[in-house]
Write a protein that binds this ligand. Structure first.
Ligand code: F6R
Length: 609
C-alpha cells in the first residue's frame, strides 16, 4: 500500500527520503516519486517500478534541498505510470502532495475545479485533485489552505504537502490512514510507518484521525479539526533497527520464518506470571462482563483470518463460548447479529487493514465489546479497540505473513485459557497440561527449522508443479488453508485447500496421475481417517506429501514422502504444522525465481477496500 515519507532538517532530503521509502517497500508499490524544495522552486521526480528506477533516473542530478516529501504508490485510481505517480503538483507548480488512501468524492471535486476554476489536470488520480484544491485555496498560508481543502475531501487518507513559497515546512493530515511524526534533533519527519524512520529517530508522535500536523526543522505541532493545538505523548520505539533488516537471510520471509521461536516465546512469556497464571495487560474486561458474553466473532482477512480459525477451535474447546469466524469484507456487509453480549475479536498484523477496521466499527456501533489481536503498536485497529492483545512478532516486512500468524495463534491460546479460567470451564490439570505444551513450542519450532534442508529438498523435487491440494482434518484444516495461501501468493501456483472429508463430495474429480497433495495428518484422533484419505488420492495417482507427528510412522507406508513434526498435544499442533508449509512455500518460490518478499499484485498493508 502507498507509503509516505517527509523530511525537514539540515541533511540531504533526497537521500533521507529515498532511504525511508526503501524501508516502506514491504507495503507493496508500483511506482515511486519525490518532491524537493530547490532554489528554483519545487522539483518533482518520479518513476514507474522500483525505487531503484527513481534513484537511477536522478543519479546524475545535484540536489541541495533539505526539505521534501516522497511516496511509493500502489495504484488505485489510474494505472501504474510515471504520470499517475506521486507527488502531484497544483497547476501553478507551487503545491506538491503525496497521498495514501482514496478520495471518494474526487470526481465531484475534479468537475468543480475544471468547470468553475478552469483547472487543467495532468493525471487520472484522485491525488491530483488534492493538490489542485490546496492550490486553489493557497494564499500564502499552507496550513490554512490544507484545512480548507480537507474540509471538502471525503474518504480515508493521509497526505503530506509542501508549498514552494514556504520552504521550511511540511503539513500533513491523517484521516483513517496511517501517519506518524518522527522527532529528531534539528530535524523532523512524517511517515506512514515506523520502519521508515528507525534509522534516524526513535521518538514518535502517533497521529490520530482528523489531526493536522505542521513540522519544521525545530518543531512538530499537532492540531485538531478546529485548528486547536493538541498535546501528544512521545512514543519511544524500542525495536532494534536491525530487526527491520534481513540479517544475512536471502529474504525477509526466511528471516521471519526463523524468528518464530523467539516471537512465539515472547508472546507467551510476557503474559505469564511467576505462578504460571496468565496476565493480560491490555485487557480490562471484568469477570462479570466476560460472563455476559454469549457469542464471539473473530473477524479478519487472509492469513489473520486463518489464525482466527485456530482461535475458534481454542476458545470453543477451553472457554466453551460459541465462536463464528468471518472474513472482514463479508462481515461488514451482511448485517450480522451482534449485541452488547457479543465479543468481537479483530485480528490484524498491520492494524490498518481497511476491511477489518470497518468490520470492527460496524460491530462497535452495534454494541459489541471489541478485543483486537494486533502486531503494530499504536495502529488504528489497536486504537479503536476496547482491549488490545499485542503479538510480539516484531516488524513483519515480507508481504507473506509468517511470524504474525504463529504469534496470533499463541494469542488465541492465551485468550482462550484466560477466558476458561475466569469462566471456570477448565480444570487445573488440563490448564497445566496445555500451558506446559505451549511453553515447549518455541523449542519444537526450532527443531522443525533445524530440519529445513529436508523440506528444501522436497521443494526442489516438486517446484515445477502446476497445481497442488492441501488436505487435513480438525485443527489441520485451517492450517491447510494457510499453507495453500502461502504457496500461491509467493510462487503463483494454483493451490487449493479442503477438509479431507469433503474431497469425495466433488473435488476428488480433479485428482489424477501426478497431482500433488499435501496431506496434514497431525491429529491423533483423526489420524486413521487421514490415512484413508491419503489412500483415496494415492489410488488415483496422486503424489502425497504427508505431514505427521514423529511417533506416527504408519504414514510412511501410505504417503510418497513424509515430513515429521515433534510430538505435542492435538490442541497446539497448528503452530508447529504450519512451519514446514511456510518453508516449503518459500523454497518452491525460490526455485521458481519469484520475487518472494514482494509478490506481484500484493501489498503488505491493504488500506483500501
Ligand atoms: C498473506 C497475508 C495477507 C494478510 C491480510 C491481512 O500472507 O499477509 O493475507 O494476512 O492482508 O493483513 P493484516 O493482518 O495486516 O490485517
Amino acid at each position: 500500500m502507498c507509503g509516505i515519507v517527509g523530511y525537514v532538517g539540515d541533511g540531504n532530503a533526497r537521500d533521507i527520503i529515498i532511504d525511508g521509502l526503501k524501508r516502506l517497500e514491504y507495503r507493496g508499490y508500483d511506482s515511486a516519486g519525490i518532491a524537493l524544495h530547490e532554489a528554483a522552486g519545487l522539483v518533482v521526480r518520479k518513476q514507474k517500478g522500483k525505487i531503484k528506477n527513481l534513484e537511477d533516473s536522478i543519479a546524475g542530478e545535484t540536489f541541495t534541498s533539505s526539505v521534501g516529501i516522497g511516496h511509493t504508490r500502489w495504484a488505485t485510481h489510474g494505472a501504474p505510470s510515471e504520470t499517475n505517480s506521486h507527488p502531484h503538483l497544483s497547476e501553478s507548480g507551487k503545491i506538491a502532495v503525496v497521498h495514501n488512501g482514496i478520495i471518494e468524492n474526487y470526481v465531484k471535486l475534479k468537475e468543480k475545479l475544471q468547470k468553475e476554476h478552469g483547472v487543467k489536470f495532468k493525471s487520472e488520480t484522485d491525488t491530483e485533485v488534492i493538490a489542485q484544491l490546496i492550490g486553489l485555496y493557497y494564499k500564502g498560508d499552507l496550513m490554512d489552505a490544507v484545512y480548507k481543502a480537507t474540509a471538502e475531501m471525503e474518504g480515508a487518507y493521509a497526505i503530506g504537502v509542501i508549498a514552494a513559497d514556504e520552504p521550511d515546512k511540511i503539513v500533513a493530515v491523517r484521516r483513517d490512514a496511517p501517519l506518524i511524526v518522527g522527532l529528531g534533533t534539528h530535524c523532523n519527519f512524517i511517515a506512514s510507518d515506523i520502519p521508515a524512520l528507525l534509522k534516524y529517530v526513535r521518538q514518535i508522535y502517533l497521529i490520530e484521525n482528523n489531526e493536522t500536523v505542521l513540522i519544521t526543522k525545530e518543531a512538530a505541532k499537532i492540531f485538531d479539526s478546529d485548528r486547536k493545538e493538541v498535546k501528544r505523548d512521545v512514543f519511544h520505539v524500542t525495536w532494534d533497527a536491525d530487526a527491520a533488516e534481513k540479517e544475512g537471510y536471502d529474504h525477509f520471509m526466511l528471516k521471519e520464518i526463523h524468528e518464530q521461536p523467539k516471537g512465539v516465546g515472547e508472546t507467551l512469556n510476557r503474559r505469564l506470571d511467576d505462578d504460571g497464571s496468565i496476565k493480560l495487560d491490555g485487557i480490562t474486561i471484568s469477570k462479570e462482563e466476560l460472563e455476559k458474553i454469549n457469542k464471539i466473532y473473530i473477524v479478519a482477512c487472509g492469513t489473520a483470518y486463518h489464525a482466527g480459525l485456530v482461535g475458534k477451535y481454542a476458545i470453543e474447546k477451553f472457554a466453551k463460548i460459541p465462536v463464528e469466524v468471518d472474513i472482514a469484507s463479508e462481515f461488514r456487509y451482511r448485517d450480522p447479529f451482534v449485541d452488547e453480549n457479543t465479543m468481537f475479536i479483530a485480528v490484524s498484523q498491520s492494524g490498518e487493514t481497511l476491511d477489518t477496521l470497518e468490520a470492527l466499527r460496524e460491530a462497535k456501533r452495534k454494541g459489541a465489546r471489541i478485543l483486537s489481536v494486533v502486531n503494530v503498536v499504536g495502529s488504528t485497529v489497536a486504537r479503536e479497540s476496547d482491549d488490545v492483545f499485542y503479538t510480539w512478532a516484531g516488524p513483519e516486512i515480507a508481504v507473506a505473513s509468517t511470524k504474525a500468524y504463529t504469534t496470533q495463534i499463541m494469542c488465541f491460546y492465551l485468550i482462550a485459557l484466560y477466558m476458561a479460567t475466569k469462566r471456570g470451564t477448565i480444570t487445573a490439570d488440563y490448564y497445566n497440561q496445555i500451558m506446559g505444551e505451549l511453553k515447549a513450542l518455541p523449542e519444537k519450532i526450532q527443531r522443525i527449522l533445524d530440519n529445513e534442508k529436508q523440506i528444501e529438498e522436497l521443494a526442489k523435487k516438486q517446484y515445477k508443479l502446476s497445481s497442488i491440494f492441501y488436505i487435513g482434518r480438525g485443527a489441520d484444516v485451517g492450517v491447510a488453508y494457510e499453507g495453500s495461501l502461502k504457496l500461491k501468493e509467493i510462487s503463483y501456483i494454483n493451490s487449493f485447500a479442503i477438509a479431507a472429508g469433503e474431497l469425495k463430495h466433488g473435488t476428488i474429480a480433479l485428482i489424477e496421475d501426478g497431482t500433488v497433495v499435501f496431506a496434514l495428518a497431525t491429529q491423533d484422533r483423526l489420524y486413521d481417517k487421514m490415512l484413508s484419505n491419503i489412500q483415496e488420492v494415492r489410488a488415483r495417482g496422486a503424489y502425497v506429501l504427508g505431514l505427521a507427528k514423529e511417533n506416527n510412522k504408519e504414514i510412511e507406508k501410505q504417503a510418497s514422502d513424509v515430513i515429521f513434526i515433534p510430538e505435542c498435544a492435538d490442541e497446539v499442533t497448528p503452530i508447529l504444522t504450519v512451519i514446514p508449509l511456510q518453508i516449503f512455500a518459500y523454497y518452491v518460490a525460490k526455485f521458481r525465481g519469484c520475487d518472494i518478499d514482494k509478490p506481484k499484485n500484493l501489498a503488505k498493508s491493504v488500506t483500501v477496500e
